[in-house]
Design a protein around this ligand. Structure first.
Ligand SMILES: *[C@@H]1O[C@H](CO)[C@@H](O)[C@H](O)[C@H]1NC(C)=O
Ligand SMILES: *[C@@H]1O[C@H](CO)[C@@H](O)[C@H](O)[C@H]1NC(C)=O
Length: 388
């Protein structure tokens, strides 16, 4: 549609050539004028019709484009260049067959593009033995692994062969929720079917990541956790304890002393639609919701667990559950904010144990979150509580 600069110059040249001819032959000037007018008008007509064509197609475009969705901020770009989401895959600097040692090749299972999952964990060097066992297991199951270092120590992990295969993020004294809010934005992790956001004090001898994923897929669990081996674990809530011979469960029946027991008719957490958050697993869709629920200023995220059911992509009594067939051990070791036994017994140690402070802060946050939620419910006239 647009004429190139060259064709414009050419046309101007022929026109000035014609005028020169008229000057040379004054006798024929009238004829020339007529000729000139005719030429110009035909050119004008041509231009008019092409202008009409341009306008017409622009209008068509306008209609088509009005309905086209462009992500905020990308409006200035042609659509196909826009990359809306990302992932955590590390890419080679140049195109050479990767020279990985044999053992690290064994750790990395060939990834199926459709079924990549993410394993993210907040870690400190003091738990390196447990952490290493978990990382190896998840890497060899084709997971992308991301470690959040809360103690500022990153280099000491280099002794492990897998260290270069995982993503390290370091920020001192931050919780896994703080890291997740900042580094696991749903658009960044959009490629992963399931997101594991785990604590570091867990034992995975009886846990197979791939089998776990196929169970939650089959059971339709959008938010889940593996059951705890109660013979070896710190179990705080009955619902998380493993049921022998079961694949998964979604409620607990234990009657409690104060009369607020759980039975078949219970419809709310912590009797049903609820998991504990030391080893949560979220589907892609559930994570997109949960990420929005995490508050930037409430890093311990206490109270969040009670509301997770709102992100269950349906009925929380069906889509939130505990997997018994694949289970873990919860060691309940002091981690963030705690100091280890050796330090405590050493009289010269200046390392103060801040676990009490962390706990106090966590309770405070729980109250704040509850207030925030209640206010949000009151203020949002368009929101309907599906569980009321
Ligand atoms: C992967 O995804 C594509 C597109 O969604 C689909 O056509 C294909 O069947 C999937 N492959 C597997 C192995 O699930
Ligand atoms: C991090 O927490 C520990 C206690 O676990 C404390 O001793 C240390 O001062 C904190 N560091 C910073 C930079 O806040």
């Amino acid at each position: 549609m647009k004429s190139s600069p060259n064709s414009v110059t050419l046309r101007a040249d022929t026109r000035s050539g014609k005028s020169r001819l008229c000057n040379v032959l004054p006798a024929a000037s009238l004829l020339c004028l007529l000729f000139l007018i005719l030429t110009l008008s035909s050119e004008y007509k041509e231009e008019k019709s092409s202008l009409w064509r341009v306008t017409n197609s622009l209008q068509n475009l306008n209609n088509k484009c009005k309905n086209q969705y462009r992500p905020y901020g990308s409006e200035a770009l042609p659509q196909d260049i826009v990359s809306k989401t990302s992932n955590l895959e590390m890419r080679p600097l140049w195109n050479e067959k990767k020279k990985r040692s044999k053992s690290s090749v064994n750790l990395l299972e060939k990834k199926d593009a459709n079924s990549t999952n993410l394993f993210a964990m907040a870690v400190g060097i003091k738990q390196k033995d447990l952490v290493s066992k978990m990382v190896k297991k998840f890497l060899s199951s084709g997971f992308v692994v991301m470690l959040f270092h809360y103690d500022g120590i990153v280099d000491e992990w280099k002794e492990f062969q897998w260290s270069d295969l995982v993503i390290h993020v370091s920020a001192i004294n931050q919780t896994k929720w703080w890291f997740a809010k900042r580094f696991l934005h749903p658009d960044i992790v959009a490629e992963y079917s399931y997101i594991f956001l785990w604590d570091e004090d867990l034992g995975v001898e009886n846990f197979h990541p791939k089998r776990y994923v196929s169970i939650v897929q089959k059971e339709g669990l959008e938010i889940s956790q593996p059951a705890l081996d109660y013979t070896k674990s710190e179990v705080h809530h009955q619902i998380t304890a493993r049921l022998r011979g079961s694949i998964a469960h979604r409620r607990t029946y234990k009657a409690s002393n104060n009369g607020n027991g759980c039975d078949e008719s219970s419809t709310a957490p912590p009797c049903t639609g609820w998991i504990e958050v030391m080893a949560p697993v979220f589907s892609r869709a559930a994570w997109r919701c949960v990420w929005h629920m995490i508050q930037n200023d409430l890093i311990h995220a206490w109270g969040l667990d009670m509301q997770l059911g709102y992100c269950a992509q349906g009925d929380r009594t069906k889509k939130v559950g505990v997997v018994d067939a694949e289970y873990i051990i919860h060691y309940g070791r002091p981690t963030l904010g705690g100091s280890d036994e050796n330090e405590q017994s050493s009289s010269k140690s200046s390392g103060k144990d801040h676990r009490v402070d962390v706990r106090r802060e966590s309770y405070k946050e729980m109250k704040v979150f509850k207030r925030k939620w209640e206010r949000a419910v009151k203020d949002d006239k368009c929101w309907i509580d599906p569980y009321k």
